[in-house]
Write a protein that binds this ligand. Structure first.
Ligand code: ZN
Length: 135
């Protein structure tokens, strides 16, 4: 894994949270994106090498809605940048981690992503992400 690519924060209102983070960081979001497969709206802030991803559920059954119901707003996941997500998934499987998807899937911000179950990572949902090339 190369570096922390972004930190995902579950929020109730993307509008409110984007305003808060604009004032906090002193910059504007560089992108807002709807990810239909995950039933979320996201906005991204670039801060140095890293990014902050705000996530609002667009559906009461989305994982983000369930997270907020159970735990309230807050840090939802930490995403690590990888060069080859398929290789990295294979490595983590061999290490005994449970992956939440069998195949990489298309995530926000032009990434292929895979999630690692938080039960094996001391309560933190981990996302692997690989920049999509040739697009
Ligand atoms: Zn993410």
């Amino acid at each position: 894994m190369n570096k922390i690519e972004h930190i995902g924060i579950a929020v109730k209102s993307l509008n409110n949270a984007s305003d808060t983070y604009e004032r906090l960081l002193g910059i504007s979001a560089y992108k807002e994106e709807l990810v239909e497969s995950e039933s979320v709206k996201t906005s991204f802030f670039k801060i140095g090498e890293n990014k902050i991803e705000l996530l609002e559920a667009t559906d009461p059954n989305s994982p983000i809605a369930k997270f907020i119901n159970n735990r309230g707003e807050g840090i939802h996941h930490i995403a690590f940048d990888v060069d080859d997500i398929v290789l990295e998934m294979e490595r983590l499987r061999k290490e005994g981690f449970t992956l939440l998807n069998e195949q990489p899937k298309k995530g926000a911000d032009n990434k292929l992503v895979c999630f690692v179950h938080p039960k094996a990572t001391h309560g933190v949902l981990i996302e692997l992400c690989q920049e999509v090339r040739n697009e």
